[in-house]
Design a protein around this ligand. Structure first.
Ligand code: GLA
Length: 388
């Protein structure tokens, strides 16, 4: 995590010299359960020790926000009453979450905010959810007497993505950022919103991310198309079974999917096939974790990669290459993590293989693409909080 003084010194310098309150929210990893959240399935994320830190203070105006993105050295001022909001993509998260918190009854007025992050952008670790939950936490504290519940903050973050940023995401990222707990992964049922904490201390293994540094941009990207494909399949299944209630792919069986295969076409069929398989894999991983069977966990991770690459088609050449290297090095489990189209692989690797795996991956990747992947050792940290 960053130092509070780093953010504070910029906040003082760029505004009127006064200090405010400081809040932090993490990015996330996800062990398994990809593209299942908006399909009503299960996910298995955890918060990380990297994220966003923001200093915020009410500035006494009715609705003027003065915002400074420390890492980008970019200052944007805007009014909450401006129907279009700011254009800078980072400032839209502030604008969006402020309006969503207002909808929840928080009387948000003008404020100053400076923020910085150490969660890598575009790496599939949800820097955007970290921003949303950090700003939501601050606004709830400063203007809302902390009356908004954690779940409502999760939903406000998701609504920010939908309404102001063009990404029709599910709830996994915002959930993990708000509810994260050090040392624990969380299994969330995205339909009922029930979840449980799973202490994660795999004896003899560790989790490491390899960042391909291929930028991933979900807005206006095929992410929304994937979601549309899934919803299309559900619509067809519902039409065939008017007696049933089919809200998401969670409600659909393999047989029902096969029934509509010809009418939905091969592409949508493959998308849904991945999702149904992934639903089962998350449950398989839970069972394996309970039994301490990490080899089984790893096997399921490889299956997920295969599905994300061939059926869901959200991988890319660089990530497939990193996955192949993991296999060659005997890594227990490896797969693309997050929305896809670039970003990281998440790897479950035995301690004794770790050094060789990292060295081999760096070298082979560099030989092929002219730069090394970045390496992030996963430390599972706490969710959104006020620091001071
Ligand atoms: C992105 C979205 C999440 C989820 C993942 C894929 O991170 O924000 O809601 O759909 O992709 O699992």
């Amino acid at each position: 995590m960053m130092e509070i003084d780093f953010v504070r010194s910029r906040f003082i310098k760029h505004f009127d010299g006064k200090t405010g309150n400081v809040y932090a929210s993490p990015g996330r990893i996800n062990l398994i359960g990809e593209h299942t959240d908006y399909n009503g399935g299960f996910v298995f994320p955890g918060a990380v020790d990297k994220g966003i830190m923001a200093e915020m203070r009410a500035n006494g105006t009715e609705d003027t926000v003065m915002a400074y993105a420390i890492d980008l050295k970019d200052r944007v001022d805007f009014k909450l009453s401006d129907p279009d909001g700011p254009r800078a993509s980072w400032a839209r998260y502030i604008y969006g979450i402020a309006l969503e918190m207002k909808k929840l009854g928080v009387p948000v007025k003008g404020f100053n905010i400076a923020f910085a992050g150490d969660v890598p952008l575009g790496a599939g670790m949800s820097s955007s959810a970290a921003m949303e939950s950090c700003f939501a936490c601050g606004l709830n504290d400063i203007f809302g007497e902390n009356k908004v519940s954690q779940w409502d903050m999760v939903l406000a973050g998701q609504a920010t993505e939908h309404n102001y940023c063009g990404v029709n995401c599910g709830i996994m990222d915002q959930f993990a950022s708000v509810f994260g707990k050090a040392g624990c992964l969380m299994r969330l049922d995205c339909r009922s919103r029930e979840f449980e904490y799973f202490p994660f201390k795999p004896d003899g293994y560790r989790l490491v991310l390899l960042d391909s540094v291929v930028k991933h941009q979900l807005a206006g990207s095929p992410y929304n198309d994937r979601r549309n494909s899934c919803e299309n399949v559900v619509k067809h299944i519902q039409a065939k079974h008017p007696e049933g209630k089919f809200e998401t792919l969670r409600d659909c069986t393999w047989e029902q999917l096969d029934e509509v295969r010809a009418e939905v076409g091969e592409e949508d069929y493959k998308r849904a096939k991945f999702v149904l398989g992934e639903k089962d894999r998350v449950l398989g991983v839970c069972e394996a974790l309970n039994e301490g069977d990490y080899e089984k966990v790893g096997e399921l991770m490889y299956q997920t990669h295969e599905g994300l690459s061939k059926d869901y088609e959200v991988s890319c050449e660089e990530l497939d290459f990193l996955n192949d290297i993991a296999k060659e090095c005997g890594v227990t489990g490896s797969r693309i993590m997050g929305g896809g189209f670039g970003g990281c692989t998440i790897n479950l690797v035995r301690n004794d293989l770790y050094k060789n795996f990292i060295a081999t991956a760096k070298q082979k990747f560099n030989d092929k693409y002219g730069h090394e992947p970045k390496v992030y050792d996963v430390v599972i940290g706490d969710g959104s909080r006020k620091l001071c």
